[in-house]
Ligand binder design. Sequence first.
Ligand code: F6P
Length: 557
Amino acid sequence: MSDPVDATTTPAWARLTELRAAYEPDLRGAFAADPDRAARFTRTAADLYVDLSKNLVDDAILAALVELADQVGVPQRRDAMFAGKRINVTENRSVLHVALRTPSDESLVVDGTDVVADVHRVLDKVYAFSDKVRSGDWVGVTGKRIETVVNIGIGGSDLGPVMVYEALKPYVQEGLTCRFVSNIDPTDVAVNTADLDPETTLFIVASKTFTTLETLTNARLARSWLLDGLRASGAVGEGDDNARAAVAKHFVAVSTALDKVEAFGIDPKNAFGFWDWVGGRYSVDSAIGTSVCVAIGPENFADFLAGFHAVDVHFRDTPTAKNVPMLMGLLNVWYDGFFDAASHAVLPYAQYLHRFAAYLQQLTMESNGKGVRWDGTPVTTATGEVFWGEPGTNGQHAFYQLIHQGTRVIPCDFITVATPAHPLLDGETDVQELFLANFFAQTAALAFGKTAEEVRAEGTAEAIVPARVFTGNRPTTSVMAPALTPSVVGQLIALYEHITFTQGVVWGIDSFDQWGVELGKQLAQQVTPAVGGDEEALAKQDASTQALIRYYREHRA
Ligand code: F6P
C-alpha cells in the first residue's frame, strides 16, 4: 500500500491557506449575493437530504477541498478499502465493514475467500436464531419463552447495538426487551439484572476478541446470577450438567474468537462469528447486532443493512464534488485545519437518537484520535476533533449558549426526520411542527445571527446590547430524512463511517487500529493486585497512585 501523502505539502492545501487568509465569513452576504446558494450547496445520498449551504465555504474553497481529496488520494484509498486491500496497515488487515451489507447476489473475493458469501452464511444463522427467539421456539431451560435479551459487551460491542436498539424502538417486537451491560462497575450488571427473571432472560456475550476484561467479568457475573436464580427457585439442580444445560439455553455469543467462546463454556453452535476485517466500532451491522436483530426482526435488520449499502454505493461511485460523506469529511478537515475547531457537535432532533453522539464518539475518536500516520511518521496537521452532542431541543437549554455566543468555532451537524414516530397534537397544534421549527430556527440563528442594530431596534438598553448580539457565521450542516426507519439509521451510520474514513486519509492516519487503548489496560492489570492489598505491587506504583490506593483502602466500606 502506498505511503500517505502529506496534505500540507499539496497545491490544494496551499490554495486553501490562501483562501482562508482572504476569507471573511459572511453568510448573510453569501445568501444575499446568491439566491441559489441553498440549492447549489445541497446534496443527497440515498434518502439523506444534506444542506451544506450554512457552512463557511464558497465555490473556490469547496473546489480546493475537492482537489485536496484527489491530491491525497481519498478516492484511491476508498477503492482499495472496497477491494479488500490491507489498508489497516499497523494490524495488516483489510477493512471490509462494507461487505457486511453487500447484497447476497454480489461477491467479493479476498485472499481466495468470498467474504460476501461468508457474511450471508452468518446472517442466515443470526436470522434463524432471531426468528426462534421471537416466535418462542427458543425457550429457556424451564421451557419459558425469552422476554429479555441482555447484550453484554463494551465499546463497539455495545455502543452500536444500544444506539440502534434505542433508535428503532418503534420496531421492537412487543413482549421483547433488550438491556445492555457494558461497564465493569458492578452497578451495571447488578441494576440491569435486578428485576429480571432468569427463566426468561437470554444473554448475548458480544466481544470481537473475547478477551475484554469488562465483558468476560460481566459474563461470569451474569452466569452466576442465572444459575443462582434458577437454583434458588428450584428450576434447575446443582452440578455441572445442570449448569451446562442452563447456559446452553440462556447464553449465546458473538465473536471472531470462537475458540475462546467455547473455552468460556458457550457452545460454538450458539455462537455467531465475524472477522478481523471488521473493526469493533464498525461492527453493529455484523453479528454484533444480533440483539438488535432479535428485537426488530430479520426483515427490519435487512432494511437496516440495505440502508448502509445505499450510502456505500453513493460513497463508492459518486465523484468527490457530489459525494456527501467526502464533502462532510473535507469540511471537517477545513474547520480543524484552518479554524482550529477542536470539537464537532452532532445534534439529532430525534429523541430516539439520544445515543447517536455517544456512538459517534467511539467511531470518530477511536478512529482518528492519532498523532502518527500509517507509515509511522508524525502527523503534519491537527487531527481527531472531539465529537459530542445531545438531542435537540434539550441541548438548546444546556450548551447552545456556548455554540451561539462562545469564542470557539464548533461545526454542528443538525439531524432530523420529517415524519415523527409519535404524531401528537397539543390541542390543534402539531407538536412535530413546533419541534422542527426549532431545528430550522437554530441553524438560521447560528448562520445569520443578530446585529447590534437589530438588538437596539428591539429597544434593548445600550449597556446590554453587546451581550445580546449574535455574530452568526457559525457553521452547520443540516441532514434530513423522511422518517427514522431501519434503512435511514443504517444510512446515517454509513454516512459517518465514510466521513471518518475521508478525514483519516487526508490526515494520513490508520483509522482502523486503536493502539492507544492498550497502555491503560496494561497498567490496570499491574495495579489490580495493589488495589487488592498486595503491598509489593503497591510499592511499584508512582507516589500519586500509591496515595490514591491508600485512600481507597481507608475508605472502602
Ligand atoms: O478497548 C477498545 C476496544 O478494543 C474497542 O476498539 C472495542 O470496540 C472494545 O474495546 C471492545 O472490544 P471487544 O469487542 O473485543 O470486546
